[in-house]
Design a protein. Sequence first.
Lengths: 249, 281
Amino acid sequence: MKEIITLTRKDLQLLLLDKTSLIVTFALPVVLVALIGSVFARSFPPSSGITSYDYAFSKVMFWGVLGGLASSVASLAIEKNSGTIIRIQLAPVHKFQVLAGKALACISVILISSFLTWTFASLLFGIKTASPLNMILICFSNAVLFAGLMTFLANFVSTERAAGALSWSVAQLLACFSGIMFPIAIMPSWMGHAANFNPVTWAVKAMEIVLWTGGTFGELVLPVSITLGSGLFFFALSVYLFRWTTQNA
Amino acid sequence: MVNLKNVTKRFGAKTVVDDLSLTIARGELFGLLGPNGAGKTTTINIIIGGLLPDAGSITLQGSGSPQDPHIKRLIGIVPQSLAVYESLTAYENLNFFGRLYGLQGTDLTSSIQRVFELVNLTDRTKDRVNTYSGGMKRRLNIAIALLHRPSLLILDEPTVGVDPQSRNAIFDTLKNLKAEGCTTLLTSHYLEEAQQLCDSVAILDEGKLVARGTVEELIALHGGQSILTVETTKGKSRIETHEPVQAIVRIHAEEQIISLKMESPSLEKAFLNITGKHLRD
């Protein structure tokens, strides 16, 4: 466990020194809540039960999460390119520990981003959360899902540029077909059904349950289980697929 | 310490290491030389367990496999690329890698201090690596590899792009490590470096071992003759000889020498004679 913490701490240290990643992950979601909430201000009359900011927050929060995902995918590509991965490979650590360290750093970043956005959205735009405990639960399950996705995607990139391209492409696709970009209700029915196979759809559903309907823990069990389970599945798959180096002469 | 037996590695149709057999004795400073694409880095990757050979075997410390965690712990690697986190300080880099090796508390602090002294970087420990010169980064690259006191140190082109001062500092570090009994495998583009440092060398060309021996043996066998360019009162002449001192004495007895230039046999010449190409080809 010490090795995992050491690896996590180093990744967090590196992230804190990367101003662009900090802005994308932590500041952008807050700005987007303000912008999107303002754009839709007239579309949510008081009778709808939620405000435009509640709506904006439930979607925009994921953009911070996706920012965290992109920077974490890149971090493994950077390790492979700079040669630090060779040092880590020679150290007495298993590839599971290396990926767990990366995943834990990614989870920490996503949780910090989610909580910051939540705090600012509550203070500035009056976002109401019926159950803070349920909110914490889904923030955690979302973080596990995206950390699992991150370690999985990291297996397919060998450069920082490829990491950026792949992670944002996948993020856009997942966002398109999960209700982050467009409501699932406006999609053709086959697409709506297909979206159920996208784990991010369940993360969005869980967020909507907590923010829009103030749902109970019981209502969250299915979406949270799918989200958490998918994250763990992707992580296990990435441990299986992980190769220390790109083979070259 | 290191024993490669009939190791072959292919990438697709290309054979990068071809039936390579090599032994490196404990405490030896061994040079692996060859032009670009000769298979040096692949050989290193096989030795450290990063690549599995398609054929042949590799054992370290008698019978250990490089995949064995206990054996891996004995190896220190200085990759060709600067394997450091540039946005962290030198101390933070060493602290991270030291902790990965299980070093803690005073053990960790004293190990960090020891390697900073070894590579002569004690005055810049708290500076971010991206403020370092190329030579200082190379020295830090070596320091990280030495943190856990490896008994086999592998350096892949450790002096590429460094200033003479840093190069001398790296040479001193390697000599000190040799005196401490550390086995060292060095690849280099600089033959004079290998000539100055290595007890023995192997020359790889297109994945094959083409020569192996002490530097003196290779020079004697393949380095050719000394070349004397002598200008006397009677004119200028070029003499190739195995006994340059006797030749000079003989000329001096007969004529008045105005100027004299001597090119000794070198590893560079031996390399050229063995492979038919210069190291940088």
